[in-house]
Design a protein around this ligand. Sequence first.
Ligand SMILES: *Cc1c(COP(=O)(O)O)cnc(C)c1O
Length: 447
Amino acid sequence: MTSTLAHRSMAAVWHPCTPMQRHEAAPPLAIDRASGPWLYDTDGRRYLDGISSWWVNLFGHGHPHIRAALADQLERLDHILLAGCTHAPVVELSERLAALTGLGHASYASDGASATEIALKMSAHYWRNLGRPEKNRFVGLAGGYHGETVGALSVTDVEIFRSAYAPLTRLSATVPSPDARHALPGESAADVALRAAAALEDWLQAHHQETAALIVEPLIQCAAGMVMYDAVYLRQARQLCDRYQVHLVVDEIATGFGRTGRLFAHQQASITPDFICLSKGLTGGTLPLSVVLTTDTVYQAFYGTDAARAFLHSHSYTGNPLACRAALATLDLFAQRDALTTNQAMAAQISAAFAPLNTHPRVRHARHLGMVWAWDIDTDLPDFAQRYHHAALRHGLLLRPIGRTLYCMPPYVLDAPAIAHLGRASLAALEDCLQQEAALRQRTEAA
Ligand SMILES: *Cc1c(COP(=O)(O)O)cnc(C)c1O
């Protein structure tokens, strides 16, 4: 059964993020259904979803409250265009997000990358409306990831995603990442962050005249391999952006909705950004939806009747009512369950289950923030990520390391048996990989 569906998929579906021929040796996992944090394949085997289905699922699969909201919405209104029309879910969601962030103007799209596009366009257009059209460049952090559409790639500094398309983009500048792993002996994470902020200041001093915005992933650069950094960087960045008249865009697409311990990561630095990009967890992992929130100041620079000054960006499904209802239901769950407090206790239990990984002799830079854990594995297996992924599947766990960084970003609904399973399976998969490494080394030495 599994092989049938997987092989039909390989013939008909162009899968993302993997060279297709690799699936000859490792066909895609055919998932039939999911419940809570568990995925069931077409043969009935189950896997713990250790990466929240690519960082989107917050309260488990098929949550009854979200399902009920979607069923109700489907009865009333499936979709309506947002140009010249409106509907309750999009209004309510915008009001609630404004109350949660202090940024009162919401512009919708369907994917994270499209939110990045909106933020970049809106920022540059803002400066144009103010008579500063030369402020149209962007700066991001080394290793930053903001999506893979052509515009978003211009601020994404992940070589593998952008090298083929570099001629299509107008690449943005990067400044050093405040990556806490860069600490010199005796330095704290805050010291590294201050050093990186000084480099940002040098850059802004030289280039602020032509720069519209700084875009950052707050506290964790997820796609770079769960790179974590001190909140002082964000405070400094806010001050520098104010001083040099450059917008601060926080891309909370991955870090938003409780991942870092607060509802939004930038709130840990007590700053107000000019733009916030949200997606991924926004609908609890049920439907594609993204949103850019911005300030009254930005909004007012577009306000008028002149089409050339207005922000006309649109997508067919902008503000889809079903997706907005799923997002409202997800926000209900944060309020009803006091999810952030519940997560603190759960995170302590998960950390305890990961203790053997944290102290493993092959692990460097064990790190944790909120509901994200990461470990750099000291291995010379060149294809560690694939090997680990498949080893973990054999132990009933879905994880996908990034390069040699193993990480876990689970849904917020793990019970004690699931946590124990996570700890056991993640360690067992590492031991399997290290055995493969030893066998390979022996074979190389014998040859
Ligand atoms: C995933 C991600 C994006 C892109 O979102 P898509 O929905 O995949 O287009 C952008 N920024 C960050 C920080 C992300 O993690």
